[in-house]
Design a binder for this molecule. Structure first.
Ligand code: CMX
Length: 435
């Protein structure tokens, strides 16, 4: 059985030829006009990036290397006795487009466990953070500091040839993913607990170790939740803020630690990954105001009051999606199986029946349906993880899988420095003066 790196080494030459052929045949073809509105409007719909791991269809949602979430749940290896896909398998799929064997996935778990230890000075950086510093800021600091031991940065300084970039990038990406549970666990325990951490168990899978580091290792349902959670949050094509930021920073040949910490800073924004924290805060505030088991009328009034005070309804809407996010649906299915009677889950279901109608009536949001963040906090809190400021860190652990996969391919394919053209408003006025 080949290791992931050996399989990649086999795949890369053919992929380089494929890209050459695409460019030779289609390189000068246009996608269509670019409008001035797209420049002012956050570049919605602007074709601008290559991203191989996943593609997002507005109606259907995400596909990882062509596979829907349901297909991934069916095809990817699971843990013994478990039924959720192992993120190890998803990473293999993102990188190679292939479904790995159980043995290959177990080997990845072992490899990541062996790389999981973080340097003492990184531990110290985390330990010195005041508990009032948001966990995402601590996370980003720690990931940035991992660049101290970057294999890519070292190889580059030693004058490695461009053709060899991907090998050390691969090593850095494996180290990055492997070290995230220890970083996340340390932040969690420092901010919310007594700072004491168990050690990684090399016989366990990634999510089981992550759960143990967070203090939930004995709860098999929570471990299963993390397997699903890390799998579905991993990648959402290339244009979202965290993915694109990682690719952009990586294009300057900043190493994967620097590139991914930049991703994390984008993920920490409330319109992106922080929305999972915001959703739970909003639900709790709603419960405080209108009580548990509130009527539909009371919920409607609360949603309208959110909109009327100029705030967004967190967990709803999307820049690309135009239907319910299948990542929301996957989490709903998990809840129906494991926590059907949880009151907060019931509230989430009640809101699902109410918010889209209100957003449509309000008439602004292009997509009135829920996104991934509308559901995740409810699941975590059900198992006793009530620390909502931590939720986006879990999103970040998962997002590393998608960003890392693309960074490896970008170096393998020799992706150039990103440098799109910007314009001033004055330049645009001049350009279209007589048109
Ligand atoms: N509540 C209230 N208003 C909303 C809304 C929502 N959930 N979603 C969109 N709108 C508003 C926008 O703020 C915008 O208003 P203005 O014209 O006043 O600026 C208008 O509707 C049009 O926006 P859009 O084109 O439909 O959406 P965008 O592509 O600009 O933004 C997103 C997408 C996700 C930022 C937006 O839907 C939003 O703010 N949602 C709530 C926050 C959230 O859940 N984010 C998480 C997304 C998933 C993730 O990345 O993790």
């Amino acid at each position: 059985q080949l290791t992931l790196k050996e399989r990649l080494a086999e795949l890369i030459p053919a992929e380089i030829e494929k890209v050459k052929a695409i460019r030779a045949e289609h390189g000068k073809k246009a996608f269509g006009p670019v409008t001035v509105d797209q420049l002012y409007g956050g570049m919605r719909g602007l074709p601008a990036l290559i991203w191989d791991g996943s593609v997002l269809d507005p109606e259907e949602g995400i596909r990882f290397r062509g596979k829907s979430i349901s297909e991934c749940k069916e095809l990817l290896p699971t843990a013994p006795g478990g039924s959720e896909p192992l993120p190890e398998g998803l990473f293999w799929l993102l990188l190679t487009g292939e479904i790995p064997s159980q043995e290959q996935v177990t080997e990845l778990s072992r490899d990541w466990a062996a790389r999981a230890e973080i340097p003492d000075f990184v531990k110290e950086i985390i330990d010195r953070c005041p508990p009032t510093l948001h966990p995402m800021s601590q996370f980003s600091l720690a990931v940035t500091a991992l660049n101290h031991d970057s294999a890519f940065a070292k190889a580059y300084q030693e004058g490695v040839s461009k053709k060899e970039y991907w090998g050390s990038t691969f090593e850095d990406c494996m180290d990055l993913i492997a070290k995230l549970p220890n970083i996340a666990g340390r932040i969690f325990r420092n901010v919310f607990g007594d700072g004491k951490l168990p050690v990684i168990d090399p016989s366990k899978d990634y999510s089981a170790n992550l759960a143990a580091l967070l203090g939930f290792g004995d709860n098999e349902a929570f471990v299963e939740l993390l397997r699903l959670y890390v799998t579905i949050h991993s990648d959402h094509e290339g244009g979202n803020v965290s993915a694109h930021t990682g690719k952009l920073v990586g294009s300057a040949l900043s190493d994967p630690f620097l590139a991914f910490s930049a991703s994390l800073n984008g993920l920490a924004g409330p319109l992106h990954g922080l929305a999972n924290q915001e959703v739970l805060l909003w639900l709790r505030k709603m419960q405080d105001k209108i009580g548990e088991n509130a009527t539909d009328e009371a919920v409607k009034e609360y949603v309208w009051s959110t909109l009327k005070s100029g705030q967004v309804v967190p967990g709803y809407g999307h820049a690309v999606l135009r239907k319910t996010d299948p990542r929301y649906t996957a989490q709903r299915e998990f809840a129906l199986k494991h926590l059907p009677d949880n009151p907060l889950f019931k509230l989430v279901g009640q809101i699902y029946n109410i918010v889209p109608g209100i957003l449509l009536e309000a008439g602004k949001a292009k997509n009135p349906w829920p996104n991934v963040d509308a559901h995740s906090g409810v699941l975590l809190t059900h198992y006793g993880m009530h620390q909502m400021q931590f939720y986006t860190v879990l999103f970040g652990v998962s997002r590393a899988f998608g960003v890392a996969s693309q960074l490896i391919w970008d170096r393998a394919l020799g992706a150039p420095l990103e440098r799109p053209k910007s314009y001033s408003s004055e330049a645009i006025q001049k350009m279209f003066k007589d048109r």
